[in-house]
Design a protein around this ligand. Structure first.
Ligand code: GUN
Length: 291
């Protein structure tokens, strides 16, 4: 039997309708909309598309978004000065600096310059620590979107074997921690993992986040397992491929995300949720999350 398709686009739409109502309520209560600043440095074509999609999603739910598109020649000092201004701007509740940054800019310095209370990416060390300690805080959007998708589909996590392929700070590492907090037994794989196929074959949940088209084959999937594909690999013909060989895996898996239309729309939805969460926390004044 072919797998259930985990439709991220449909769930994202439903969640965004709810966010829109909550944004309207926040605005009525505080007099201002939640505000998100999106900073893009340079002209990376994929980043431009991602940033544009974030902008549109904000507009659709009533979040005030402002875009700062800076040339690739921007110095680190100039970028840090913009972040400092946004940190102090009371209309801005969330700050997102699109990654990757040009090579002359130190990504770490930039992430650490964003006030943790406005860090809607959840990349600041203070928010990473809160995640590891399972304390309340802003969580990275892609892993949060994956969990929302799994929960919506009723995929059980406690006591299951979860295999995450890819150890990035943006997806693999935070997702492994979030699955651990949901009582899954987590294996975090990477380019040096021996016999990746064998590790995947024992998984009840496989998450692929490596950026290599169709690395994960259908015969690596245990029958009935859930498969989450984070990959967005542009092919020479312009089409998109995930990190999973979908046509093979869909025959074996119990549930699987498509590419596009799976994880991607959920990532942006979680950014909207994080912006709303940050706005509420900041409006409530200094608290555990903003100290
Ligand atoms: N580049 C790729 N994914 C992301 C993300 O989630 N946030 C930011 N800021 N940059 C990215």
């Amino acid at each position: 039997m072919a797998a259930t398709i985990l439709d991220g686009k449909a769930l994202a739409q439903a969640r965004r309708a709810q966010i829109q109502e909550e944004v309207a309520r926040f605005r009525a209560e505080t007099g201002i909309p939640p505000g998100l600043a999106v900073v893009l440095v340079g002209d990376d074509p994929a980043s431009r598309i991602y940033v544009r999609n974030k902008e549109r999603a904000c507009q659709a739910v009533g979040i005030a978004s402002e875009q700062h598109h800076l040339p690739s020649s921007t110095s680190q000092a100039q970028l840090l000065s913009l972040i400092d201004r946004l940190n102090r701007d009371p209309r801005i509740h969330g700050i997102l600096v699109q990654l990757p940054l040009p090579p002359h800019i130190d990504e770490r310095a930039v992430i650490e310059a964003i006030h943790p209370a406005k860090d809607v990416d959840g990349f600041h060390p203070a928010n990473v620590a809160r995640l590891v300690l399972n304390q309340e805080g802003l969580r990275p959007c892609t892993p949060a979107g994956i969990l929302a998708l799994l929960d919506h589909a009723g995929v059980p996590l406690a006591g299951t074997e979860a295999v995450v392929v890819g150890r990035s700070n943006i997806v693999g590492k935070p997702l492994a921690m979030m699955l651990l907090h949901r009582d899954a037994t987590v294996t975090l794989c990477h380019s040096r993992t021996r016999d990746l196929a064998a590790v995947c074959r024992r998984a009840d949940l496989v998450v692929a986040a490596v950026g290599r088209a169709e690395l994960i084959r259908g015969d690596w999937i245990k029958p009935g397992a859930a498969v989450i594909d984070v990959g967005i690999n542009r092919q020479p013909d312009g089409s998109l491929k995930g990190d999973v060989a979908f046509d093979e895996a869909v025959q074996v898996a119990g549930a699987i995300t498509p590419v596009p239309g799976g994880v991607g729309p959920m990532t942006i939805t979680m950014l909207l949720e994080n912006t709303l969460q940050a706005a509420r926390q900041l409006a409530a004044g200094p608290s555990e999350a903003t100290r």
